[in-house]
Design a protein around this ligand. Sequence first.
Ligand code: ATP
Ligand code: MN
Length: 335
Amino acid sequence: MRISSPDKPLFPEAGITKLDLATYYAGVADAVFRGLADRPVALNRFPDGLDGGKSFFTKAAPKGMPDWAATARVTFPSGRTGDEVCITEAATILWTVQMGALELHPWPVRRADTDHPDELRIDLDPQPGTDFSEAAQVAREAHAVFEELGIRPYLKTSGGRGLHLLVRIEPRWTFVEARRAVIALGRELERRRPELVTTSWWKEERGERIFIDFNQMARDRMTVAAYSTRARPQATVSMPLRWSDLADVEPSDFTVRTVPALVAENGDANAEIDDVAHSLEPLLEMAERDEKDRGLGDLPYPPDFPKMPGEPMRVQPSKARHNGKGEKDSEGKAR
Ligand code: ATP
Ligand code: MN
């Protein structure tokens, strides 16, 4: 890969140039490729660097792709389709640097079947008043639930304040089912640790808890790739962790500067993620019990989604109380 303007500062505050970023990805190529292999990917691009004033979240494959780079066709919630960059080799990741991408956001699918996720993603979002240490507690609680179900979850920092859990699943279920599975897990965590966990889509109800963002498992929702940088001044990285290391780390420990040596020394904590693909059945059975025994059905989708079958009214509880009619909240502001 030819990198033009190699001295261009991409993370000025951290002193990281375009060539530095390309060198970073080349240095962790196997590890970063593992999380992106054969996945359609959206690019968060900053052509003039983090402080350059221009940025766009690009879903459609940009013009001028090299002819060896691939695309994959995905279907959006509207039913329309699009072709996104598909990472079929590590060189494509270097090309995204050439395009000024500071964040890589893969779909939880592979190009062979973009309608059936092979990765369950649990997004642990600290709400105001909580932070990484609370997210870590919730992650451990989730680990316990998964262990009871015979499922092996993997863990990574988001590069922000939260954590992501990843579970490799057989690509046999729809996005609707995968999201339902995440909701079931979230509700189980909420029952076990009500003071610490919320699945409320409405911010006014979340409190000082960790929000399990189940809508990140909806179609056309991405999660940043393992080892991808974040568009943040210190060039933090979404870092896979071993469960035994969770107690001893801070998200800021992991940056473009520190991660290559850690990977060289300790290997990729996600190295075995592709070894076993789990069934979603145990979680879907939990969802069924929630529905039958507790009357807990679906939860609201994000505002940009068409009304989904079985979805409850998309209206903030405080507003529903006011107008009493349960009209669809036109603002749809939940996040
Ligand atoms: P944090 O730990 O701070 O929550 P995060 O990466 O999990 O970091 P979220 O806001 O929870 O951030 O979003 C989850 C995922 O949604 C991100 O990892 C990213 O892939 C995707 N995302 C975030 N912002 C955007 C955006 N503006 N447009 C599209 N996708 C986004
Ligand atoms: Mn998050």
